[in-house]
Design a protein around this ligand. Structure first.
Ligand SMILES: Cc1ncc(COP(=O)(O)O)c(C=O)c1O
Length: 367
């Protein structure tokens, strides 16, 4: 389905760390942070153990505590909601725009109440949310803005890199992402206080200058190890190549489906440079994605049902105080969207095969 793009320079970089004996808290982590901050146009970066860890620390840095409400999108991976549930925050789910699948800013103000503390926006499948609009609303209502860019490393919104907006942004490096470190994540921010708190929190709540066994706040072990960071440094050297390769694959899919009205291909807004995380088609008409996904798997093509709405996830249903308000666009779209096999090196033949199997599955299901 997805597969990381690794070469000998990646292998050598990791081996060099192993041979050096310095396996954590070293120069590779610092270098990975430096190149990421520079790439994103952010002042600071903090490498952590996952995208979820990055979001969790940003939630704490934003001061979200028990009883606070947080506005967010239900059409996302669960971590963008879980990050503030850990702190006792309550989700206020705001529905999405049907074109970009990102949170619809027109619906945000109606969701703001006296307990609202923050907005967690998500760049869905690589497409940036409407950040200017979201940040404008947040500033007028004195809300913090956390930017979940775990799926959008390298995308640009009106010429600015994703992650760099708001109070702080999060990236993730699981092997299906634009670059990988195995497991790993990154916080980027322009806010010195957010930076300092996140550095301390990822390192068990230690102060920069304090003794090793003194802990000034309740922290975590969310550190990234040096092997992962070395891989990240090498992968960042090829990020533009990766984005271009992914765009080429996306364009091959676009062409393969261009004449088929049953299949809607991704819509990229004109002010966006898209760094694709996944390639997601939306089925038009009555056929549901689950039946199509089953048919495709029978023919040897695995797909993924990105996303299942967070507000309908079983673990939230019995949560005290949780009332799942309807999000009709999310609920409709999530019956129809399928992530097709997608990675940097998918060939034109492979794309044609997948496209053929999808069309054939639709033919059979509508017969
Ligand atoms: C939107 C979004 N947020 C957060 C995450 C969490 O990242 P990780 O799996 O590294 O914890 C992901 C990962 O898939 C994601 O897609």
């Amino acid at each position: 389905m997805a597969s990381a793009d690794l070469d000998q320079t990646d292998v050598d970089a990791v081996l060099e760390v192993v041979r050096s004996g310095r396996l954590t808290m070293g120069s590779q982590t610092e270098e990975f942070e430096r190149v990421t901050a520079e790439y994103c146009g952010s002042r600071y970066a903090v490498a952590v153990s996952s995208g979820t860890a990055a979001l969790h620390l940003l939630t704490i840095a934003a001061g979200i505590t028990a009883g606070d409400e947080v506005i967010t999108s239900p059409f996302s991976f669960v971590a963008s909601t879980n990050c503030f549930l850990y702190e006792g925050g309550h989700p206020k789910f705001v529905d999405i725009e049907p074109d970009t699948y990102c949170m619809d800013p027109q619906l945000i103000e109606a969701a703001i109440g006296p307990k609202t503390k923050a907005i967690v926006g998500v760049d869905v499948f690589g497409h940036p949310a409407d950040w200017d609009h979201i940040i404008d609303i947040a500033r007028r209502h004195d809300l913090r803005v956390i930017v979940d860019s775990c799926e959008s490393l390298g995308s640009e919104y009106k010429g600015r890199k994703t992650g760099s907006m708001g109070d702080g942004g999060a990236f993730a490096y699981f092997p299906n992402k634009q670059i990988t470190t195995g497991e790993g994540g990154m916080i980027v921010t322009n806010d010195k206080d957010v930076y300092a708190v996140c550095r301390s929190l990822r390192n068990q709540g230690r102060d920069e200058s304090g003794p090793w066994l003194e802990h000034v706040r309740l922290g975590y072990n969310y550190r990234m190890d040096e092997l992962s960071a070395a891989l990240g440094v090498k992968q960042m050297q090829r990020i533009e190549e990766f984005i271009a390769k992914r765009r080429t694959v996306a364009e091959m899919y676009d062409r393969a489906f261009s004449a088929d009205p049953r299949i809607r291909t991704p819509k990229v807004q004109p002010h966006v440079r898209m760094s694709y995380f996944v390639y997601v088609v939306e089925l038009q008409g009555q056929i549901r994605r689950d039946a199509v996904m089953r048919k495709m798997l029978e023919r040897g093509i695995p797909t993924r049902g990105y996303f299942s709405p967070i507000h309908l996830q079983p673990y939230l249903q019995n949560r005290p105080g949780f009332s799942p308000a309807g999000c009709p666009v999310t609920e409709r779209v999530s019956q129809k969207t399928i992530a097709l096999p997608f990675h940097n090196n998918l060939s034109e033949d492979e794309v044609r095969t997948v496209a053929g199997v999808l069309r054939q599955s639709l033919d059979e299901l509508s017969a």
